[in-house]
Design a protein around this ligand. Sequence first.
Ligand SMILES: Cc1cc2nc3c(=O)[nH]c(=O)nc-3n(C[C@H](O)[C@H](O)[C@H](O)COP(=O)(O)O)c2cc1C
Length: 203
Amino acid sequence: MTALVPAFIEARRSIRAFTGESVPRDVLDALVEAACLAPAPHHSRPWRWVVIDTDAGKRALGDGMGAQWRVDLAADGVAPERIDELIESSRAKLATAPALALGCLTWDGLDRYPDEKRQRAEWGMALLSLGAAVENFMLSAADRGLASCWVAAPIFCPEEARDALELPPEWLPHAMVVTGYPDPAYVGRQRPPVPLEELRRFA
Ligand SMILES: Cc1cc2nc3c(=O)[nH]c(=O)nc-3n(C[C@H](O)[C@H](O)[C@H](O)COP(=O)(O)O)c2cc1C
């Protein structure tokens, strides 16, 4: 990295293994509060957060998302034993993470359009702002010495994730962050340098 990248940005890495120590709820609340300071369209706050730190909650979410994933994998033609393996491994990841923060999107504060094109763009803006919120969450976690990793799963099965946790119908899970205290034995991938000349141009 260049010396111009702030250290707190560089310090956040995806860490996927945790000690068994639980994260106090007031700390989890501080992370969610930081997430909610993210920029969002029209001064809206189209996100809702479900913080899952109980075994029952993790199991319910894992079962709900796993059932849909099983259907999708079978439709892809994946062998049944491989499906079992994948689902079991994913369920174990959720079960061993001290806390899961589920970022949901709602239409609250968003504009409605009569045409599909602008409606999709509006939802896209909400999704972008959820991404910014998730980054705030993870930067704040890193700042407190917590490990975190974004998990894509709910974006593939928002309704199933919502129903597994009996959330209100308008809360649609789209992002999940697993978080906890980092397992000191965890070794992440080396971060490749940023090939600025490929990724950026001035105009
Ligand atoms: C939208 C999104 C979805 C992701 N989903 C997963 C995931 O399902 N499982 C996982 O282990 N990491 C996931 N990641 C983490 C990326 O693999 C990680 O950010 C990337 O490899 C860069 O590493 P770093 O975060 O340590 O800089 C996801 C990241 C993003 C932004």
